[in-house]
Design a protein around this ligand. Structure first.
Ligand SMILES: Nc1ncnc2c1ncn2[C@@H]1O[C@H](COP(=O)(O)OP(=O)(O)OP(=O)(O)O)[C@@H](O)[C@H]1O
Ligand SMILES: [Mg+2]
Length: 260
């Protein structure tokens, strides 16, 4: 049976959900959409049914959030509750039905970005955790990790600085560039403890697109094949192949334990 982080949405049946939830997390502009656009067809080519979802895409609240954000007047509590509503609607009407039908749910962010955004706006941490405690525990969270100095050119040369991604509500008196920088430093500082608490698999997002894609493919394959995380995080395929062909066949277990 699937587990949540504490509470269960009314009427939600957590039994018989054979699909998998794969989360791609990371801050604004880090490269999540780029990876999801590669991962979805790759999974489909293997005959897997895939649903991709992401924040503000719910029928119930998606349009409302976008409209409300245009006004630049949303308060932090309203914003957080609006995001939670969007997530609850997608969980109930999109994610759980897809899991029941055995789909891979590939999600562009999950609750963690929403928590980070709420935490930098100084909402009470226990309240924030409790708010999102109805979320299903995913099968894997891949966190695309980057520093602000590497992030800035990526954003400058793509979408540019957006009001909310720059945390202008928090830093109205500095220019857009400085606001983005300060806000992203604050967000990244929230992701690190969340990463420990929720056992993210950290991916170095400073690498090129194809290297990240390769790493994600390898790790997602391991998740979908149900290999235990403790093993796949230490045994790399090349290590296993080398061990299998080595004359000292008695050593692979020790090699695995002392791996990187
Ligand atoms: N590994 C990478 N190295 C360099 N540039 C990258 C990399 N991945 C993505 N990019 C570029 O960075 C920009 C942002 O990428 P993308 O839209 O995938 O990010 P995102 O995380 O989905 O952003 P958003 O938060 O706006 O949805 C794009 O111009 C993309 O081509
Ligand atoms: Mg994107």
């Amino acid at each position: 049976m699937r587990e949540t982080y504490g509470s269960i949405l009314p009427g939600m049946d957590l039994t018989n959900l054979p699909g998998k939830i794969i989360v791609i997390e990371g801050t604004d502009g880090v490269g999540r959409s780029t990876q999801i656009a590669l991962l979805k067809p790759w999974l489909e080519q293997q005959g897997r049914a895939v649903v991709d979802t992401g924040i503000t895409r719910s029928e119930l609240a998606g349009r409302g959030i976008k409209q409300a954000k245009e006004g630049h007047t949303l308060g932090r509590i309203t914003l957080t509750l609006f995001y939670a509503t969007d997530f609850a609607d997608r969980l109930e009407r999109e994610i759980v039905p897809a899991l029941r039908a055995g789909f891979v749910v590939l999600t562009d962010r999950y609750i963690y970005s929403l928590m980070a955004r709420a935490l930098v706006r100084e909402l009470e941490p226990d309240w924030v955790r409790n708010l999102y405690s109805f979320a299903l525990k995913p099968d894997a969270v891949f966190y695309l990790r980057i520093g602000v100095e590497e992030l800035i050119p990526r954003v400058v040369f793509s979408t540019g600085f957006d009001y909310w991604e720059s945390g202008r509500d928090l830093h109205p008196s500095v220019d857009m560039y400085e606001s983005f920088r300060k806000y992203q430093i604050q967000l990244l500082a929230q992701f690190d403890p969340l990463s420990d608490e929720y056992s993210f698999e950290i991916i170095d997002a400073t690498h090129d697109v194809q290297s990240i894609f390769g790493e994600l493919k390898e790790k997602i394959t391991q998740v979908l094949e149900g290999r235990p995380k403790s093993l796949f995080s230490v045994i790399r395929p090349e290590t296993a192949i080398a061990a299998a062909h080595s004359p000292a066949r008695a050593k692979p277990r020790r090699a695995a334990r002392s791996g990187p």
